[in-house]
Write a protein that binds this ligand. Structure first.
Ligand code: TZP
Ligand code: MG
Length: 223
């Protein structure tokens, strides 16, 4: 079944506000309309990552939303996740693919044209393009590329089946600027947006997810 990338949630437990739990926040986000979940946990040991991934898988299954694991192919295999997300310095795509089931989703982070061209050669399922805006969620190793930068990388996907989401500082108040501004001259548009802090750090993950999803869906329908 094709994946709906409209609202791609990337987790980060460090950002959770007081008074909630990871599972509660994730369930609210799923109820609000998140369409893909990536479990991204830094600075946790394997056992803890495994447990978070296992709980996330159960919840994603309940909402019939695909679960992607950041970096760790072994954890993805262990919890029967739908796929993995790999950064430029993580396991090479062809090795990950040789370890994963044939239908596993593989996504890669891209910041420049070389990254995108390699991702196309690697026949990945999707790319995460960014950072589109400045963000404090991740210590950025790569330059912020702005909406025009995203658009020029989207153009490089013309004629391929590779899907694309934008990541980095995407919020409800810049969502339409992100979507409109990144459309390539050839009309290539984003398949969705990837969000961390706007959802995870919120006291209202349900409401925020709902707004983001509805805004994306309305924009997608009229472009
Ligand atoms: N990759 C590029 S920017 C980023 C990642 C994981 C963090 C995005 O987080 P936020 O809070 O949505 O800006
Ligand atoms: Mg990584």
């Amino acid at each position: 079944m094709p994946i709906d990338y409209s609202l791609y949630l990337v987790t980060g437990r460090d950002l959770l506000p007081e008074g909630t739990t990871y599972i509660k926040s994730l369930e609210e986000s799923l109820r609000g309309g998140v369409t893909v979940v990536q479990v991204r946990e830094k600075n946790v040991d394997t056992l803890e990552f495994l447990e978070i991934a296992r709980q996330s898988k159960a919840l994603c299954d309940k909402y019939q939303v695909p679960l992607i694991i950041n970096d760790r192919v072994d954890i993805a295999l262990a919890v029967n996740a739908d796929g993995v997300h790999l950064g430029q310095t993580d396991m090479p795509v062809h090795i990950a693919r040789s370890l994963l089931p044939p239908n596993a989703i593989i996504g890669v982070s891209c910041n420049n044209l070389e990254h995108v061209q390699q991702a196309i050669r690697d026949r990945v399922d999707y790319i995460g393009i960014g950072p589109v805006w400045p963000t404090s969620t991740k210590k950025l190793a790569n330059p912020v590329i702005g909406v025009r930068g995203v658009g020029s990388l989207l153009a490089a996907l013309d004629g391929t089946t590779v899907k694309a989401v934008a990541i980095g500082g995407v919020k409800s108040d810049n969502l339409l600027r992100t979507l409109h501004g990144s459309m390539s001259p050839s009309g290539h548009k984003l398949d969705g947006i990837a969000v961390v802090s706007e959802i995870v750090a919120s006291h209202e993950p349900y409401a925020i997810s709902r707004t983001l999803r509805e805004t994306y869906t309305a924009w997608d329908a009229c472009t």
